[in-house]
Design a protein around this ligand. Sequence first.
Ligand SMILES: CSC[C@@H](O)[C@@H](O)C(=O)COP(=O)(O)O
Length: 352
Amino acid sequence: MSLESIRYERGRLEILDQLLLPLQTRYVKVQGVEDGWKVINKMQVRGAPAIAIVGCLSLAIELLKEDCSDKKVMRQEIEGKLNYLVSARPTAVNIKLAADDLINLANSLSADENVTANDFKERFIKSIENMLIKDIEDNKAIGKFGCEAILSRLEGDSHVRVLTHCNTGSLATAGYGTALGVIRSLHAAKRLEHVYCTETRPYNQGARLTAYELVHEKIPSTLIVDSMVSALMHARNITAVVVGADRVAANGDTANKIGTYQIAIVAKHHNVPFYVAAPLTSIDMALKSGERVKIEERPDREMTHIGEHRIAAPGINCWNPSFDVTPASLITGIITEKGVFTPDKLYEEVPK
Ligand SMILES: CSC[C@@H](O)[C@@H](O)C(=O)COP(=O)(O)O
């Protein structure tokens, strides 16, 4: 069974505390929007799709407890709470797009005279709950399309060696994963020889989370530190790089975990195809290019310490941007649940 980052049943939400992994497995209760904001902001739950789903589910939990018979009041509260949740982390677009959709839904339910306050609440909560199912379905489709795209470039039935960065698996989504879903699909098709995952400093999503998932799934894998990527491509004949995304602009520029950009440059140099695997909910068509993506800067402590242990010289200044933007020109294809798009065709071909 794959790892479960989000446990939900109506009225009850728990998330696997990713700050404690891989050494401790502890679920944290999310009792409403305030808790939702905190677990996202502290990165107890992280990964663009998981952030959106947990944020919205925290609202579902809160709404269920409330006894409100005025649809207009409910609509107004919903909008305020969603905007608050979006502010927990700024770079991933999924939660913003989900919030926009939910605000539209709340507006139309509120305006519809045939909808009672109870119907409003029920339909609104149901729509949030559906995100869990849809995310897994989308990830499986991403896995299939990505697997086909990578294999289509090969001659015969040779096996592939893939490099990935950060964590894009079950822990970052409702299940299955995006880039890690592609890797899972290659493995299921018995065409994966090996996957290499980067440590992903400073928060170590690769060493702590991806490595944990790969070991758990018994997928043949090796951990490297971020500065080994060039050496790996030179020495190990990598077939493809697959990474996730926090926000893909309309021209294909992609914001993802810090370090993605330099991997894309190295891949270009070594003629290794570089894929971004992301659901359509990670594509921000309102943003022309990656130039204006707001890049979250995280506390120095993530760099200076590992756990409670200080590793950096006291007094040193730190710069800790959590994401970078890979230009579209370095990206071979964007793998979505609707197929694989080259960045230059993204805007015109992706179903709106
Ligand atoms: C399917 S997760 C895609 C991205 O969100 C992932 O690659 C990433 O950058 C996660 O960053 P994080 O800071 O851990 O939330």
